[in-house]
Structures are given as structure tokens and as C-alpha cells.
Design a protein around this ligand. Structure first.
Ligand code: 13P
Length: 248
């Protein structure tokens, strides 16, 4: 079993003062407790500088929320994986369902971005998950298989990738998948990874669950087999809640 990873996706939230308060609160706790999970925060791009300055030489890691597939160039408004690495990030989210929806990102785009992340020395947290209609029509595992097969780049190294299963209908809705549903999909994803990388390497890959994770349901979800952490949205914006999800 791998060490659990608790990632906070701030999405388009926060400010300089918010970042300083939240990160300050997390650092105080990380320094005082013997923590059995790794924590990472993914602030919006404009706050990366502030957060990276606060987390320098600490145990709190930082990730971007997206990266461009190219190293540099004429791509106004985008950020390359190389630059994220250069400023001090260790992770980057790729293929979050909000990027897939808001920016029309396909599995091929996610694959290219994840490849760029790996080339830059970042760990891509590759997000996958079915929509409500895909679940209702019984296509969950088919969609997950397509996303895993098509979003993972050929150069994916099992020591350097994280997967995050986020059912789209559970994001920001307060609805969570049942432990049985989560177990079914996480076991299925592990099976796909075993076929691709072999048993031992595949066991090293953290598979996170995301979608309305909060302190009241975290223990149950994190106890499910093959759930190696959480990708947290709303509850990652409150120090006590984010901390309580990862530390028990
Ligand atoms: O999208 C998510 C994390 O990436 C989940 O968001 P919520 O925890 O707010 O449902």
C-alpha cells in the first residue's frame, strides 16, 4: 500500500491573504503532527508565487491546475509544465472534468499535457470520471477504461503518475459515490494499471477519489480498497476540513 496523498484543488478561488492564512494553518499542523499522508495544494496560477514562497523547504507540496502541452511559445494565457517546474511545483492536475467541459479538452489533450508534465519532471495527477448520464446508462467502466487508456502517455512512469477518479456528478454537488461504487471503479482502474505496468509497479500508483469529499465521509471513502488518497475541492478551502480529511 502506498502512502496516502491528499490534494486540494482550490479551483478559481482564493486571494493573497487567503493563501497566506490557509497555507500558514496547514504548515503549523504539518510541523506539529506526525502525519501519515502527503499533502499538496493546487492554487490558481496567479497565486502560485505566493504559495510557493510560503511552502519553500516545507513538507507541503504545490501543484498547478493545468499545463500547456508545449514547452514555450505563443500561447497567451497558458502556462507550461516547464515553467511550473521552474517555479517550484511538484505536481500538476491534468484532465480535470472542469477543463474537459469548459475548455473542450479531449483524452488526447490530456495525454499530451500529461506527457509534457512528465517531460518537465512534474507528477501529473490525471483526472478521469464519468458523467451522470454515462453512469445511468451503465457505461461507467467503459468510459473509465477509455479515459485511462487514452489519457495516459506512452512514457508514463508508474513512479511518477497519480490518477484521480472524480465522478463528474459528485463534484461540488454534495453527492458522493457509495463506498461500493468507489471500490468497483478503483479496483477496475488498478486492474487496468496492472495490465499496463505489471503488478508490482501498478501497486505504487496513488489512485485518488474526488467528489464532495469532506471530513464526515473521508474516513469511509479512504478505507475503501485501492483508494490511496483524495482530491478535494470545496473542503480544501478550510484548514480544519482539509486537515481532518487527511489526518485521523
Ligand atoms: O473537483 C473536485 C476536486 O478536483 C472535487 O470538488 P468538490 O470536493 O468541491 O466536490
Amino acid at each position: 500500500m502506498v502512502r496516502k496523498l491528499i490534494a486540494g484543488n482550490w479551483k478559481m478561488n482564493g486571494s493573497v491573504s487567503f493563501a497566506s492564512e490557509l497555507v500558514g494553518g496547514l504548515l503549523t499542523r504539518i510541523e506539529q503532527e506526525d502525519v501519515s499522508a502527503d499533502f499538496v495544494v493546487c492554487p490558481p496560477a496567479a497565486l502560485l508565487g505566493s504559495v510557493l514562497a510560503l511552502t519553500k523547504n516545507t513538507k507541503l507540496s504545490v501543484g498547478g491546475q493545468d499545463c500547456h502541452e508545449n514547452v514555450s511559445g505563443a500561447h497567451t494565457g497558458d502556462t507550461s509544465a516547464e515553467l511550473l517546474k521552474n517555479v517550484g511545483c511538484q505536481y500538476v492536475l491534468t484532465g480535470h472534468s472542469e477543463r474537459r467541459t469548459d475548455h473542450g479538452e479531449s483524452n488526447a489533450d490530456v495525454r499530451a499535457k500529461s506527457k509534457a508534465a512528465l517531460n518537465a519532471g512534474l507528477v501529473p495527477i490525471i483526472c478521469i470520471g464519468e458523467t451522470e448520464s454515462e453512469r445511468v446508462s451503465g457505461n461507467t467502466l467503459k468510459v473509465i477504461e477509455e479515459q485511462v487508456v487514452q489519457s495516459l502517455p506512452d512514457e508514463a512512469d508508474p513512479n511518477q503518475i497519480v490518477l484521480a477518479y472524480e465522478p463528474v456528478w459528485a463534484i461540488g454537488t454534495g453527492k458522493t459515490a457509495t463506498p461500493d461504487d468507489v471500490a468497483e471503479v478503483h479496483n477496475f482502474i488498478r486492474g487496468l494499471l496492472v495490465s499496463r505496468f505489471g503488478d508490482e509497479p501498478a501497486q505504487k500508483i496513488n489512485i485518488l477519489y474526488g467528489g464532495s469529499v469532506k471530513p464526515s465521509n473521508a474516513a469511509e471513502l479512504l478505507a475503501v480498497s485501492n483508494v490511496d488518497g483524495a482530491l478535494v475541492g470545496g473542503a480544501s478551502l478550510k484548514v480544519e476540513d482539509f486537515w481532518a480529511i487527511g489526518v485521523r
